[in-house]
Design a protein around this ligand. Structure first.
Ligand code: ATP
Length: 444
């Protein structure tokens, strides 16, 4: 059962605390485009940074690139996106709403008299399905004609394929090796929704691994397992993660095998990363359409072949949504309700909040000094505004794991209270021991 109330609460918290805002909100918003606020951009950057480190910095066999969003329009002819990247679409002639023809809310067969519009409820008003291309189009240069059409890329992968020889030669790599990229992608989705889950502008973190044909199944299994483990290491609840293998009719036009990594969202199990065996489809197509040889020459074994590609494709926004949904908790403590974002310290923007109990007796100055020390080691935040209970609630909602409070006793004996966000236990810690205390819990 979809838990829309929970999603509504998350959307409202995300706005209140500065994770995610609706794009162009003062103009009434724009459909399924979102902006990240001060905490959201840090969360997403943290996730991207961890992904980049594990893919590019911690491995010798993967290189990074940053290709442009605009590419030659023939790239998308070759990739199959111009002809094949389509969804079947139906319109309601009465209320003018537009749906995917497989929308579960539609009763009956679109185009038939008994089919019922899920919005206005009229029967017989839905058109026959028409194919609709999901790529955004624009024009390059001053003339708006067919020859100047360019597309906003619907996936980052193609920027990797067309650069594979450049990267391999420049970085002196040999097969097997991979290329990783983080960047924006655009899809004119027909039924976007569920907050940042399906948006028209989003970021992908894609890695394309080039292998010898015949070695592809082994690499596919390896990457599938590595990617699942990565999410577990991030601290995502393991019981809410699962694989879904694509059945033959779900496979993309280029794929031999495909696995989704799914998360149990409040609106059901849904994909947030895809691992695909794309075979030699993309490189062969680019070879055919560009007329340039894209084969690999193995000089050791004296072999020549077009490499197979194993792809791991993760949405940065979907991963950020997974992190937020997974962290969200509502608790009742001695009759009081509290909302906590239980982020693991590795992805929380703020690790330590420093709060003077009241704004008098030198407490703010003392707390400021502690804050200046702590922030050199951990992302920290100083908050002196409002009642202490309210400030704790704010820290809970932004997901700060530890709160350090300076009170009257601090001025007498140089100790502070450290509050644990999850257990709510409070320890009295000497100021000179504070960094060691935090290091034990947050790491050096
Ligand atoms: P879906 O079936 O949900 O539309 P897809 O199978 O088309 O997704 P892929 O083309 O495999 O998705 O894209 C890889 C990843 O990119 C997805 O797992 C997801 O994390 C992200 N992604 C794709 N489309 C969107 C979108 N419209 N909004 C946000 N993220 C997206």
């Amino acid at each position: 059962m979809a838990d829309t109330a929970l999603m509504d609460k998350l959307v409202s918290l995300a706005k209140r605390r500065g994770f995610v805002f609706q794009s162009s909100e003062i103009y009434g918003g724009v459909g399924s485009v979102w902006d990240y606020g001060p905490l959201g951009v840090e969360l997403k950057n943290n996730l991207k940074e961890r992904w980049w480190r594990s893919m590019v910095h911690e491995r010798d066999d993967i290189e990074g690139i940053d290709a442009a969003i605009l590419m030659h329009s023939e790239v998308w002819e070759a990739s199959g996106h111009v002809s094949g990247f389509t969804d079947p679409l139906v319109d309601c002639k009465t209320c003018k709403n537009r749906f995917r023809s497989d929308d579960a809310r539609i009763k009956g067969e679109p185009g038939q008299p008994d089919a019922q519009c899920p919005v206005c409820g009229n029967k017989g008003t839905l058109t026959e399905p028409r194919m609709f291309n999901l790529m955004f189009k624009t024009f390059m240069g001053p003339v708006e004609d067919d020859a100047s059409v360019v597309y906003l890329r619907p996936e980052t992968a193609q920027g990797i394929y067309v650069n594979y020889l450049n990267v391999m030669q420049a970085a002196r790599q040999k097969i097997p090796f991979g290329i990783a990229q983080i960047g924006k992608a655009f899809r004119n989705e027909i039924t976007p929704g569920n907050f940042t889950f399906r948006t028209r502008e989003f970021e992908q973190m894609e890695m394309q691994f080039f292998v010898k044909p015949g070695d592809d199944d082994r690499w596919f299994d390896e990457w599938r397992e590595l990617r699942m483990q990565w999410h577990k290491d991030l601290g995502i609840t393991p019981e809410k993660l699962r694989f879904h293998q694509h059945a033959a009719d779900e496979l993309a036009h280029y794929a031999k095998d495909g696995f989704d990594i799914e998360y149990q969202f409040p609106f059901g199990w849904q994909e947030f990363e895809g691992i695909h065996n794309r075979t030699d489809y993309d490189l062969s197509r680019h070879q055919e359409c560009s007329g340039k040889k894209l084969g690999y020459v193995d000089t050791v074994n004296n072999e020549r072949y077009v490499p197979y590609i194993v792809e791991t494709s993760l949405g940065a926004d979907r991963l950020a949504l997974v992190a937020m949904v997974d962290a969200y908790r509502e608790e009742e403590i001695s009759g009081d309700k509290r909302v906590v974002m239980a982020f693991s310290p590795q992805i929380s923007r703020i690790n330590v909040g420093v709060l003077p109990l009241v704004k008098e007796d030198g407490m703010p100055e003392f707390a400021r000094r502690i804050y200046d020390d702590v922030r050199l080691q951990y992302p920290a935040f100083y908050d002196a505004g409002g009642a202490i209970g309210r400030r704790y609630r704010r820290q809970d909602e932004v997901g700060t794991p530890y709160g350090v409070t300076v009170d009257g006793q601090t001025l007498d004996d140089n100790t502070v209270t450290v509050r644990d966000r999850d257990t709510l236990e409070q320890d009295r810690v000497g100021v000179d021991q504070l960094l060691a205390y935090l290091a034990e819990r947050l790491g050096e």
